[in-house]
Write a protein that binds this ligand. Structure first.
Ligand SMILES: *Cc1c(COP(=O)(O)O)cnc(C)c1O
Length: 386
C-alpha cells in the first residue's frame, strides 16, 4: 500500500490518496479492472493477483485511499456497510459479549439481534453517551464495544477517547461506525479505536449511486483476520463500485464543507421556527455532549432530526410529503437533500417499545442536508412546515 500522502493536509490527501498512475498506460485514473481471474505464467507464479474475490487492483487502490483518509494502516472494502459490520462480528465466537450503543442504525441492530444472537453472541445495549455505562457493562466475556457517534437519528455523541481507554483496560476491541461524521470530521483511530467502520454508501460515495462498506485498522494481525473473513465469506465490492467510491473520496472535503455550512443554517432556522418542538443537532452549545463533539469533530456535518410541537403522525406526514427539494427517501450523505421518517423507514426494524424508550418517537423527522443552496432548502422546509 502507498502511504506517500499520509502526512499531507486533508484536501491534498483526499484527492491523491491511493491514486497511482496505472503502470501499464499512465492513466491518471485507476482503471476498472473488470476481471474475475488473472493469468499465471507458471503454477503459482503471478503478479500478486490470483482471483478477484481475494484481490482486485481497483479495490486495492480504493483500500489504500480509505486507509490514508482515516489515518490508518490498512483498509478493507466490502459490498455494503452491513457486510463490513458482519465481518467484524465474525471475529467473535459463541459466548462472547458485545456492548453496543442503544441508539444506532436500525440495520446494525437487526444484524445483531436477528442474525448473530442465533449464533450465541450476546449483545448488551447501553447509553454510551455516558462512558461510565460502558465501563459498568464490561464482563470477562466482553470482546467488542460497538459505537456510533454521532448516532442515527438522534445525533447523540459518545466520547471515543474515554470509551477507548475503558476498552484498552478491559482488553476488548473498540469499533466505531464513523458513517455520519466521515473522515473529514472525525478520525476514531487517532482517538484510540481499533476499527473504524463506514457505510461508504453515504458520504464517501457521496452521490447516492453505490452500496458499499469499509473497515480501517492499524493492527497488522487484526487486518489479517479481517482479510481472511473478507475473502472466506466473500462480501466484496465489484470493481466499478470501487471506482465510484474512489472518485467520491476526491471531493469529500469540498462536499463536507458545504454539508456543514448548510447544516448550521438549517439547524438554526428550525430551532427558531414556532411549530418546531426540538432540533437534534450536535452543534448547539446546549447539546448534551457539545464539548465532546467540539473536541473530537472538526465540524457538525449535514445530519439533523427534529420534532414538531404537534406530535401526531399526521402533522409529521404532512411535512414529509410536502417538501419539493428534499426527497422522501432512506439513506443519506449524498449531494441532494433527503427527508426521512425513521419510525417507519430506516428504523422500522427496531421494536416500537425499544424505539420510544430511546427517544425515537413517531413524530421524529430526519434530514440529510445536501449541498444545494441553503436559502432554497430553508424555503422548502418553510413551505412544508407551513
Ligand atoms: C447506512 C448505514 C449503515 C449500513 O450501511 P449499508 O451500506 O446500507 O449496508 C450502517 N451504519 C450507518 C450509520 C448507516 O447510516
Amino acid at each position: 500500500m502507498s502511504h506517500s500522502f499520509h502526512n499531507k493536509k486533508i484536501a491534498t490527501k483526499f484527492i491523491h490518496a491511493g491514486a497511482e498512475p496505472d503502470p501499464s498506460t499512465g492513466a491518471i485514473m485507476t482503471p476498472i479492472f473488470q476481471t474475475s481471474t488473472y493469468v499465471q505464467s507458471a503454477p503459482g507464479v503471478h503478479k500478486g493477483y490470483e482471483y478477484a474475490r481475494s484481490q482486485n487492483p481497483t479495490r486495492a487502490a480504493l483500500e489504500s485511499a480509505l486507509a490514508i483518509i482515516e489515518n490508518g494502516k490498512h483498509a478493507l472494502a466490502f459490498s455494503s456497510g452491513v457486510a463490513a459490520t458482519d465481518a467484524v462480528i465474525k471475529l467473535l465466537s459463541p459466548g462472547d459479549e458485545v456492548i453496543a450503543a442503544s441508539d444506532m442504525y436500525g440495520g446494525t441492530y437487526r444484524l445483531f439481534t436477528k442474525v448473530f444472537e442465533r449464533f450465541g453472541i450476546k449483545f448488551i445495549y447501553v447509553d454510551t453517551t455516558d462512558a461510565q455505562n460502558v465501563a459498568n457493562a464490561i464482563t470477562d466475556k466482553t470482546k467488542l464495544i460497538w459505537l456510533e457517534t454521532p448516532t442515527n437519528p438522534l445525533m447523540n455523541i459518545t466520547d471515543i477517547e474515554a470509551v477507548a481507554a475503558i476498552s484498552k483496560k478491559a482488553g476488548t476491541l473498540l469499533c466505531v461506525d464513523n458513517t455520519f461524521a466521515s473522515p473529514y470530521l472525525q478520525n476514531p483511530l487517532d482517538l484510540g479505536a481499533d476499527i473504524v467502520m463506514h457505510s461508504s454508501t453515504k458520504y464517501l460515495g457521496g452521490h447516492s449511486d453505490v452500496i458499499q462498506g469499509a473497515l480501517i485498522v492499524n493492527d497488522d494481525a487484526l487486518r489479517d483476520q479481517l482479510y481472511f473473513i473478507q475473502k472466506s465469506c466473500g462480501a466484496v465490492p465489484g470493481p466499478f463500485d470501487c471506482f465510484l467510491v474512489l472518485r467520491g473520496i476526491k471531493t469529500l472535503h469540498v462536499r463536507m464543507k458545504q454539508h456543514c455550512e448548510n447544516g448550521i443554517a438549517i439547524a438554526h432556522y428550525l430551532r427558531q421556527h414556532p411549530k418546531v418542538q426540538r432540533v437534534y443537532w450536535c452543534g448547539f452549545e446546549d447539546h448534551h455532549n457539545y464539548a465532546i463533539a467540539k473536541k473530537q469533530m472538526r465540524g457538525f456535518g449535514g445530519m439533523l432530526s427534529f420534532t414538531l410541537k404537534d406530535e401526531s403522525m399526521e402533522a409529521a406526514t404532512k411535512v414529509l410529503s410536502s417538501t419539493k427539494i428534499f426527497s422522501l427517501a432512506e439513506s443519506l450523505g449524498g449531494v441532494e437533500s433527503l427527508i426521512n421518517h425513521p419510525a417507519s423507514m430506516t428504523h422500522a426494524s427496531i421494536p416500537k417499545e425499544e424505539r420510544i424508550k430511546n427517544g425515537l418517537t413517531d413524530g421524529l423527522i430526519r434530514l440529510s442536508i445536501g449541498i444545494e443552496d441553503a436559502d432554497d432548502l430553508i424555503e422548502d422546509l418553510k413551505q412544508a412546515i407551513g
